[in-house]
Design a protein around this ligand. Structure first.
Ligand SMILES: N[C@@H](CCC(=O)N[C@@H](CS)C(=O)NCC(=O)O)C(=O)O
Length: 315
């Protein structure tokens, strides 16, 4: 069998099995803690504008969700932002884009410093997005699916006037879509790219394109996945679609079709890209350099492709 990019997350079958999220604290309106205090007895941290720092890589699709939702809801002043270098070294994500290579608020050079300060035994991959408490220096959460939901529901008092309601009152349909899109598309592209056997790669590839075919059809008569208005699931699909032709099609061998060959999905992705909060958060250069330069098992020569031409997103 060929070597895996992340050995501990590769099953004996060759299938990619993503690690769990280690830190699952919640910042909640229901916290019984006073400002400046840690979590209450239920693990809920107090909502406090200016206190927490969201750490992202612009390359990462899971972090990208939180960046978009923070912007859509107008939470930029309430939750500050740290951006890591898209290229990890052997110690992981680093703050080499900042002066002196340190995050100016947290004072750290590597994200691993706060992971290890929070859990000295931590041995998994140090991942973005993460929300870090600037008072204690602890990681509150790296639970990326919960982070965006909580920005909608728990930070509501700090949303900008007219902020979109990204969570529908009736959640069943959205939650079902979220689950299918996560399994087959968001994580599906990784299951293609990180598979180490032909069979597991082909199974992931088939599930991915079967799901994209269903979504293509769904968008035949609607602008957004749930109908007329934008919701959380659109954000989640967008961050994978925007990386599709630049990275997943080639690097992860998701190459039955390009995104541009699905008329509805391509029109939908471009429509989102051109809305406030979406295109302005996309950095194709960092996206491409991250994937092609850090997955050395998949792309050992480190060549970063020149294309595709990003102007197609705005033309
Ligand atoms: N927290 C999740 C998802 C977040 C995630 O995978 N983020 C990637 C970037 S897209 C990351 O931080 N990877 C660190 C690494 O590859 O070492 C996980 O642990 O798998």
């Amino acid at each position: 069998m060929t070597p895996a990019q992340f050995v501990t997350e590769s099953a004996p079958s060759g299938e990619w099995k993503r690690q769990g999220n280690r830190f699952t604290g919640r910042i909640s309106r229901d916290s019984a803690s006073a400002p400046g205090e840690g979590p209450d007895e239920h693990g809920r941290w107090p909502v406090e504008p200016g206190r927490y720092r969201l750490v992202v890589s612009l390359a990462c699709p899971w972090a990208h969700r939180s960046l978009i939702v923070r912007k859509l809801l107008g939470l930029e002043d309430a939750i500050s932002l740290a951006i890591v270098d898209p290229i990890r070294d052997e110690q992981g994500w680093r703050f080499t884009l900042d002066p002196d290579g340190r995050d100016p608020v947290l004072g750290i050079s590597y994200l691993s410093e706060v992971y290890l300060a929070t859990d000295p035994q931590y041995e998994g991959r140090v991942t973005v997005p993460a929300i870090v408490d600037t008072v204690t220096g602890q990681v509150v959460t790296n639970d990326y699916p919960q982070i965006t939901l909580d920005l909608s529901t728990e930070w509501i008092d700090f949303h900008r006037p007219g902020a979109p309601d990204l969570i529908p009152a009736e959640r069943e349909e959205m939650d079902q879509l979220i689950e299918e899109i996560y399994a087959d598309v968001n994580n599906g592209v990784y299951r293609c790219g990180f598979a180490t056997t032909q069979e597991t790669y082909e199974a992931a590839y088939d599930a991915l394109f079967a799901r994209l075919d269903v979504l293509e059809q769904r968008l035949d008569d609607r602008d957004y996945l749930l109908g007329d208005s934008l919701s959380e699931v659109d954000v989640r699909l967008f961050t994978t679609l925007v990386r599709f032709d630049a990275v997943y099609h080639g690097h992860f061998k998701c190459n039955r079709n390009k995104l541009t060959e699905f008329p509805n999905l391509w029109a939908y992705a471009r429509r989102l890209y051109q809305q406030p909060g979406f295109g302005e958060t996309v950095d194709f250069d960092q996206i491409k350099r991250h994937y092609y330069l850090t997955h050395t098992t998949i792309n050992p020569n480190g060549i970063v492709p020149k294309g595709p031409d990003p102007r197609s997103w705005t033309a």
